[in-house]
Write a protein that binds this ligand. Structure first.
Ligand code: TMP
Length: 216
């Protein structure tokens, strides 16, 4: 098989983290070397950046938010993603550059160009081989998110989840725009009416088809 860099993307509550873990488990069971990681927070520095970025009490300007997300990514690429790919491991990353393009670009600025420029510097040319977009309507996603985290009340959402529905709608529409821009590497699964196992099956089909896992 061809080793690869797979990212999972989607609005909050799309089930990415669950699916990333299920996919990693499956590949590991096949004896393949896998690194499962996430953004923000895939490094020690990233964990601290994540705390700051998601704390509702942090006051950030839009540009600071863009730069901190990109700083997390730069550290992550250099310390985790690049070395793993150089060692022919499969990297599964829960969110990557497309999250910044969707959330900060489409969601906050209404323009992805400045976000793209900054992030191109952060990723050193390391684009995913496959990006699986788990699509969900924002209302459904945020409801699902609350149900999966019963310890958190609705007043307990993180700094980004707390944004209004219009923001989350721009993020979702942004992902659809990205899917059109980067047709080659994007695969979309509409998760709205699907159970976790059904999404898992579809994710697997996409990975087998696109990355030829298990075939060569
Ligand atoms: P998570 O809960 O999926 O781990 O993501 C944390 C939040 O951070 C989520 O609301 C999306 C947001 N985010 C951005 O706004 N920009 C980014 O570049 C990344 C990686 C995440």
């Amino acid at each position: 098989m061809r080793h690869g860099f797979i990212t999972l993307e989607g609005p909050d509550g799309s089930g990415k983290s669950t699916q990333a873990a299920l996919l990693a488990e499956k590949l590991q069971r096949m004896g393949l070397p896998v690194v499962l990681t996430r953004e923000p927070g895939g490094t020690e520095v990233g964990v601290r950046l994540r705390e700051m970025l998601l704390d509702p009490d942090t006051q950030l300007t839009v540009m600071t938010e863009i730069l901190l997300m990109a700083a997390d990514r730069a550290q992550h690429v250099e310390k985790v993603i690049k070395p793993a790919l150089e060692n022919n491991m499969i990297v599964i990353c829960d969110r990557y550059i497309d999250s910044s393009l969707a959330y900060q670009g489409f969601g906050l600025l209404g323009d992805i160009r400045p976000v793209l420029g900054i992030n191109e510097a952060a990723i050193q040319g390391i684009w995913p081989n496959l990006t699986i977009l788990l699509d969900v309507e924002p209302k459904v996603g945020l409801r699902r998110h609350a149900a999966l985290s019963p310890h958190r009340s609705s007043g307990d959402l993180d700094r980004i989840e707390q944004r209004d529905l219009a923001f989350h709608q721009r993020v979702r529409d942004g992902y659809h725009a990205l899917q059109n821009i980067y047709k080659e590497r994007f695969a979309v699964i509409d998760t709205t009416l699907l159970e976790i196992e059904e999404v898992d099956q579809k994710v697997w089909e996409v990975v087998v088809q696109r990355l030829k896992v298990g075939i060569c």
